[in-house]
Design a protein around this ligand. Structure first.
Ligand code: ATP
Length: 295
């Protein structure tokens, strides 16, 4: 019987590994036209995370030579800080995230995590250190419980349920016909955008990566789901370094720092109240969104 069970166990393991790898990169690959060929440096080391500090030093980037996208971008995210990136569509916000995850290499300058150039560390160690909550989360054809559990297969049932609770999904689970065991995904129950995003948050709560990237959904959610997502994000951001791409400024008023991007440059940065007092580009974006909200 050993001979029969061994390969089955092994296949189960491989299946989980593949699903785990897929979920981290799910959304970013969708953003790409093609998968770029980035390979590890010959003498690459493993990324060693001590505090989780991110530094962009004079980063410039173009997808095509004739069209610069980022121009001399400088910023730091201090360990444990929550930093937001805002700016009009096409300003280069998602490109920052793609570079941090090293889907592309910078054209000039460098990106450092805890002092290590991300081009010099193995991609697997880099991607293990970063958790992503994408705009559009992919659910597997499996139970809701397994959709969270696979993020860390060695997690106990109590830990999985705790992650679901911290992600503010408990009431949702209680409303489901089979609770945690309800089948979701393409062939199961369809979840709303806000519910899917909370599943992604539960996954990162379970995975506990030192660095978090949150790509806020562009489509607006009802205020109840938005409130639940914000509360869940506060839970997950505790003690982690996080970078949030924000489309609605109302969700990031309490960020430690806000980077305001315009045509590939950071044109202003500071906290919400400071940026309003400066009465510049951010203040205009804010007034514009306030007007839209009142209409
Ligand atoms: P949005 O708020 O609409 O998501 P963004 O600020 O995140 O916008 P990016 O997605 O970073 O903007 O795009 C910045 C610019 O880079 C855009 O003009 C876009 O057309 C271009 N771009 C993005 N991805 C690619 C690609 N794979 N190849 C070529 N150009 C690209």
């Amino acid at each position: 019987t050993m001979q029969v069970f061994m390969p089955l166990n092994f296949l189960g393991f491989v299946y989980r590994e593949i699903r785990g790898a897929l979920a981290n990169i799910e959304n970013l690959f969708k953003l790409l036209d093609k998968v770029p060929a980035i390979s590890d440096a010959n003498n690459s080391t493993s990324l060693h995370i001590s505090k989780g500090k991110i530094e962009f030093k004079d980063v410039s980037f173009h997808y095509r030579h004739d069209r610069p996208i980022l121009r001399g971008v400088n910023f730091n995210v201090e360990p444990g800080q929550r930093v937001a990136v805002v700016g009009e569509s096409g300003a280069g916000k998602s490109t920052l995230v793609k570079l941090l995850f090293r889907f592309y290499d910078v054209s000039d300058g460098g990106i450092f995590i805890d002092g290590q150039d991300i081009r010099k560390v193995s991609q697997s160690s880099l991607r293990k250190a970063i958790g992503i909550v994408p705009q559009d989360t992919v659910l597997f054809n499996d139970t809701l419980y397994e959709n969270v559990h696979y993020a860390r297969p060695d997690a106990s049932e109590e830990e999985v349920k705790q992650a679901i609770r911290l992600a503010h999904l408990e009431h949702f689970v209680e409303s489901l016909p089979d609770g945690y065991q309800t089948m979701v995904g393409e062939r199961g129950l369809k979840l709303s955008g806000g519910e899917k995003q909370r599943v992604a948050i539960a996954r990162v709560i379970l995975k506990r990566p030192p660095i978090l990237l949150f790509d806020e959904a562009t489509s607006s959610l009802d205020s109840q789901s938005e409130g639940a997502i914000l509360a869940a994000l506060r839970e997950v951001a505790q003690g982690h370094t996080s970078l949030v791409i924000a489309h609605r400024l109302s969700t990031i008023v309490d960020a430690d720092n806000i980077l305001v991007m315009h045509q590939g440059r950071i044109v202003e940065q500071g906290q919400h109240s400071e940026l309003l007092a400066d009465n510049g580009y951010y203040a205009r974006l804010w007034q514009h969104q306030q007007q839209e909200a009142n209409e």
